[in-house]
Design a protein around this ligand. Structure first.
Ligand SMILES: Cc1cc2nc3c(=O)[nH]c(=O)nc-3n(C[C@H](O)[C@H](O)[C@H](O)COP(=O)(O)OP(=O)(O)OC[C@H]3O[C@@H](n4cnc5c(N)ncnc54)[C@H](O)[C@@H]3O)c2cc1C
Length: 415
């Protein structure tokens, strides 16, 4: 394409929406994508099912966004959850609502979402160049001037252009193309980059009890986050034990605070309550009843009444009770020990996993230097940012894709 009006750097969630919007407004749009196809990360979303968005109201939505979702009011007012669902529907992708307000394509295939958006962009005349790694974005006297990329034959190509939308994503899952290039471009153009950290990320624990239960996934547990001895947060839901420690939705949600606390060299513990529906007294009464009902049963078999198979040997070891002992011989103190293990199995967090296991990157282009009504840089005319490259990230639930869709759409309006 000769003399594009706008170059979109990155053909992921934000890049696709930005290019569609700009083309709908009649602009000549060129997308430079360093991978062989569009939306490689989107293909992984929702375990391949793509949690497109969430049914939350704008007010509730922004409470799920960090560090400050209020930056997104204008973007959400222009293009929100029902707009992306309507656009997809118009492209032939039917959607369905699941628990927690989560929307998915009815086909349960993320590839249907990516293909539909790519086809829509192509139909609108957007040109895509794949295997095109953008190397730099140049400015002259405070205005965007050109973009230089490396093509398939390793030649450097410079394209003069007055508008660039940076949609390069974060730094997580490098294999999908997001290697943090956008932060480098932004910094060179004078933008402040807020500290980058992996988030929505699993954690490693010192205790090997987690690895002994690896593969065990529990749906209704409560995990409390204890930092320097003070309970800072707690989450109810699903947890997964792995060979290195803990994962699953409750841990990913707590991970934002965990990562920061570890950076600050603070002591981080996670206490798991396996029986959150019963308080200490009620659980004690239930266990006492079970011990009485199964008086002749050996301690080795008793945990089957309270826990899934994979957890039993860990609890037996930690309770330090002779496995041959009969239920009727368990002392009051031993019973209290069992109750406290079930209510409070504690893990000390050693580290968080790296970017390649993090769902999103926290930190990024400082939003104070970006106009929330247009996504245009306040420092360089014709420079726009959209998606994860911005200092915005959110909990799981379809929020991160919606941020990319909404900011992409707004940026595509070119002011
Ligand atoms: C495993 C996993 C599951 C997830 N599940 C969900 C979910 O179900 N729901 C949800 O809301 N969010 C989910 N997310 C988060 C969501 O995928 C991202 O937040 C979202 O894709 C960000 O969109 P983006 O357009 O900013 O970046 P990306 O989608 O990462 O796109 C960035 C694009 O820029 C390209 N690029 C980078 N640098 C260059 C360069 N120098 N030159 C040219 N191109 C470049 C990349 O190749 C890539 O195609 C998930 C993330 C992961 C890792």
């Amino acid at each position: 394409m000769k003399n594009p009006d706008v170059i979109v750097v990155g053909g992921g969630a934000a890049g696709l929406l930005a290019s569609i919007r700009a083309a709908m407004d009649g602009h000549k749009v060129l997308v430079l994508e360093k991978m062989q196809t569009t939306g490689k990360k989107m293909l992984l979303t929702g375990k391949g099912r793509c949690n497109i968005t969430n049914s939350d109201s704008i007010k509730d939505f922004i409470t799920q966004v960090f560090p400050d979702g209020r930056f997104l009011y204008s973007a959400f007012n222009q293009f929100f959850n029902f707009d992306i669902l309507a656009l997809l529907e118009d492209c032939g992708v039917e959607t369905m609502l699941e628990r927690g307000g989560r929307y998915f394509p009815k086909s349960e295939k993320a590839s249907d979402v990516v293909e539909a958006l790519y086809k829509r962009a192509k139909d609108l005349g957007v040109e895509f160049i794949f295997n095109a790694k953008v190397l730099s974005i140049e400015q002259l006297e405070g205005k965007i001037n050109s973009v230089t990329y490396l093509n398939n034959n390793l030649e450097e190509i410079k394209i003069p252009v007055q508008n660039v939308i940076v949609c390069t994503g974060g730094k997580s899952y490098h294999g999908t193309g997001s290697t943090g290039d956008g932060y480098v471009f932004a910094k060179k153009l004078g933008h402040k980059i807020e500290k980058l950290l992996p988030t929505l990320v699993p954690v490693e624990t010192f205790e090997n009890t987690a690895s002994e239960m690896q593969g065990l996934s529990l749906k209704n547990i409560n995990a409390s986050l204890i930092i320097d001895g003070i309970e800072e947060d707690s989450e109810f839901g699903e947890l997964l034990f792995t060979h290195y420690g803990l994962s699953g939705p409750v841990i990913l949600t707590l991970s934002r605070k965990i990562v920061v606390a570890l950076e600050e060299k603070r002591e981080v513990k996670i206490s798991i309550d396996f029986k959150p529906a019963l308080d200490f007294e009620k659980l004690d009464a239930r266990i006492l009843r079970d011990l009485n009902e199964h008086g002749k049963m050996k301690f080795a078999n008793l945990f089957k009444l309270w826990l899934p198979q994979k957890a039993i040997s860990v609890f037996q070891k930690l309770s330090n009770i002779d496995i041959e002992k009969q239920a009727s011989k368990i002392s009051g103190a031993e019973r209290k020990k069992i109750v406290s293990l079930l209510k409070n199995l504690e893990f000390t967090v050693k580290a968080h996993r790296g970017y390649n296991e993090a769902v999103v990157t926290a930190g990024g282009v400082c939003t104070d230097e970006v106009n929330p009504k247009t996504m245009e840089s306040k420092l360089v005319q014709g420079l726009y940012f959209a998606g994860e490259v911005l200092n915005l990230d959110a909990n799981t639930g379809g929020y991160n894709l919606q941020i990319a869709f909404s900011t992409g759409w707004l940026a595509g309006g070119l002011g």
